[in-house]
Design a protein around this ligand. Sequence first.
Ligand SMILES: Nc1ncnc2c1ncn2[C@@H]1O[C@H](COP(=O)(O)OP(=O)(O)OP(=O)(O)O)[C@@H](O)[C@H]1O
Length: 258
Amino acid sequence: MSVVSASALSLTFETDDGPVHALSNVSLEVEKGDFVSFIGPSGCGKTTFLRVIADLERATGGAITVNGVSPEAARRARAYGYVFQAAGLYPWRTIGGNIRLPLEIIGIPKAEQAERVARVLELVELEGFEKRFPWQLSGGMQQRASIARALAFDADLLLMDEPFGALDEIVRDHLNEQLLALWARTEKTICFVTHSIPEAVYLSTKIVVMSPRPGRIIDVIDSPLPKQRPLDIRESPEFLEVAHRVREGLRAGHSYED
Ligand SMILES: Nc1ncnc2c1ncn2[C@@H]1O[C@H](COP(=O)(O)OP(=O)(O)OP(=O)(O)O)[C@@H](O)[C@H]1O
């Protein structure tokens, strides 16, 4: 069974300036354990697609299931953790307090909250930072804390919307490595939005190239790269070939617009 199964999905926003076709005829299967990146220019519907999976938007056409059920049923069953573009930590709560907050809201017993916080802090390599406040952490560490918060739900599916977009390249490289290690250890299914070709190719088992107006899929690339990926794999011919195909797809999508 696919984790996400979309078939001829479309979503049109009715706005004062007329309809906006954010998604058109999107069909995609995300299998358990996949690391799927969505790449494409601004406005091609990447965030909208993630939000449909998360039941934060409703499709206006086609069909989608998450873990075999409707996005609403999946949300109620806490099927996913969501990591946003900005870390979005509450400044008046400690890192541990931020991670705990959603667990408090859904009524997880205190002892289990503590266990989960300790486990996810270890997964993102932030042991010892539980009692610090967000402003005492670097941008990269804050983003890791927000990943920890999403992991604390213990869902098999992680939705990540450009989590590293605001970070400099060195920090981003490091977080990409850490995220791959975390993915390998936890065997989660990850849907990841990015604007960066190297990031998409480095991280993914499957790359979905999208194009705007209307937002649609141009190409789906199954990565030939092995699961173990040192950073210097980015200089290998296989890597460069996939990056080239992504770039070609983006270019083709762009000329469609003109
Ligand atoms: N609530 C909304 N009402 C009207 N239009 C919307 C709404 N949300 C998104 N859109 C439009 O739908 C299109 C797709 O937006 P979306 O945010 O999914 O794109 P994106 O690919 O994630 O872009 P970016 O890379 O800039 O985040 C855009 O044209 C956007 O303006």
